[in-house]
Design a protein around this ligand. Sequence first.
Ligand SMILES: Cc1cc2nc3c(=O)[nH]c(=O)nc-3n(C[C@H](O)[C@H](O)[C@H](O)COP(=O)(O)O)c2cc1C
Length: 185
Amino acid sequence: MITLLALSGSLRLGSSNTLLLEAAGLLAPAGMRIEPYHGIGTLPHFNPDLDGDNPPEAVMVLRRRVGASDGLLISCPEYARGIPGSFKNALDWLVGSFEFPGKPVALFNASPRAGDAQAALRLVLTTMSARIVEEASITLPLLASRLDAAGMAGNSEIATSVMAALAALARTIEASVQMEEGGPG
Ligand SMILES: Cc1cc2nc3c(=O)[nH]c(=O)nc-3n(C[C@H](O)[C@H](O)[C@H](O)COP(=O)(O)O)c2cc1C
C-alpha cells in the first residue's frame, strides 16, 4: 500500500487547493491511500529555539506523519506572489527534520496564475532536498470552477489529469522501493 500525505497550503474553508486534494483522495487507485493533514493552522510560529530535543507536540505529529508517508501531495495557492505564510511556516518546521529529505513530492496547483508561488515552492522544496516528481505535478484552472471534491473527481478532464499524476507518483515511489530492495546488501 502506498500512503501519501496531502498538505494544502490554504486554511480557507472551501479552498480550491484543499478540494483538489480531496478529489485526489476520491480518485486514488487501488493500492494507494491519501491521508489529509489538517494541522497546518495549529503549528506554532517556527523558532529555532523551540526546535531542540523536545519540539512542540504539533510539530512532532507533522514530522511523524511525513515520516510514515511514502510521498507528499502538496497543493498551495499564491498569496502576494509568494507562498502563504502559514504554509511556509510548516515547511520551515520540516527543514531540520530527518523525515523530509528525499521525500517524493507531487506539486498540485489549482491556478495557472499562481506561477510565482509555484516557482518559490520549487526553490524551497528542492533546497529542503525534496524530490519533486515533474510528471506528477499538475496545474488545473479550478479557482472559478465552483466544483466540490466529488464534482472535481467526476469531471473527466480533471480526473484524467489527477489520475495520471497519481500514477506517475506511484511509479516513482515503486521504482525507489525496488532500487532499495535490489541495492547492495
Ligand atoms: C491575501 C491574498 C493574496 C493573494 N495574492 C495572489 C497573487 O499574488 N496571485 C494570484 O494569482 N492570486 C492571489 N490571490 C488569490 C488566491 O490565490 C486565490 O484566492 C486562491 O483561490 C486561494 O486558494 P484557495 O482557494 O485554495 O484558498 C490572493 C488571495 C489572497 C487572500
